[in-house]
Design a protein around this ligand. Structure first.
Ligand SMILES: [Zn+2]
Length: 147
């Protein structure tokens, strides 16, 4: 259900941008997904496709792409930043747990520099529309009628 609500938000955003920039056809939508975001990418993609199917010509040629944003953590004590790759001792089960419930990161991880468990997740939790590419409405569009 979460994915469907997001899909609708993505389509609405694309429509809004198209209107603001005078785009007649959207060619590509790039969506950024945080590493810690609990989203089924395939469901989200399916939902977007289902929604735009019923839209006018605006989305006819639209390609949907996803980009991943890696999670980044920052220590509140010493300011050190790190990600999963240099978190070190995490085993598979632990990183899975963090993936599904980001809050438990504090149970499994601590700052690699000062060992403080007081850190924040500064990247990897969001989902947003990164870019929308489209064609401008041509001079032969319906608004420029010849006499
Ligand atoms: Zn630290």
């Amino acid at each position: 259900m979460h994915e469907w609500a997001l899909a609708e938000a993505v389509v609405l955003t694309a429509e809004k941008v198209a209107k603001e920039q005078g785009l007649g056809a959207i060619q590509g939508i790039t969506i950024k997904l945080g590493q810690l975001q609990q989203i089924e990418k395939n469901i989200l993609k399916f939902a977007i496709r289902e929604i735009i199917q019923h839209q006018r010509s605006l989305f006819k040629k639209a390609k949907i792409r996803f980009q991943n944003e890696k999670a980044v953590f920052k220590c509140r004590n010493c300011g050190r930043k790190w990600n999963f790759a240099n978190a070190g001792k995490l085993n598979f089960k632990e990183s899975e747990a963090i993936h599904f419930v980001p809050e438990v990161a504090h149970v499994f991880m601590s700052c690699p520099q000062c060992k403080s468990p007081d850190f924040e997740i500064i990247k990897g939790r969001g989902i947003w529309v990164d870019s929308i590419v489209g064609e401008k409405e041509g001079p032969d569009g319906s608004e420029n009628k010849c006499h």
